[in-house]
Design a protein around this ligand. Sequence first.
Ligand SMILES: [Fe+2]
Length: 161
Amino acid sequence: MAVAQGTTTKTFLNQQVANYGLFYTKLHQLHWYVKGHNFFTLHVKFEELYDQTTAILDELAERLLQINGEPYSTLQEFLEHASLKEKPYTNPMTELEMVQVAVDDLVQLRDELAEGIVLSDNEGDAVTNDMLIAVKNKLDKEIWFYTAFLGKDPVPQNNPK
Ligand SMILES: [Fe+2]
């Protein structure tokens, strides 16, 4: 389980602010460095995904402010608190390996969202709960798109404990 014991809706939202902040940059790496026969498709798709990611980041941070939280707002905080990992682009990756990087991160984000949905439900925060379900619907769709591109089935959800 990626979400730590004792996590509340507020701390969950902030960890996700860090995650989406990091993912936004990581997707630029894929957008910039992708090479191959699918360049035109993937260059555009990674851009669409980072645009969606920054919209989600903003929504999560603003919901956190509405419930008296304090969203992380620096790159250093994002790095310290994100559960996603990044690395410099030092070794060339194939375009399919890049898509797999995006899928792996989307799956992790989606599985963490499933935990946040349970948390916010248990706390009776219906608005955050509804927002997280909507975000999860978007990520489920992206996972389907990118796994279909790889010729695979969508990755099943790791259900929250
Ligand atoms: Fe660009």
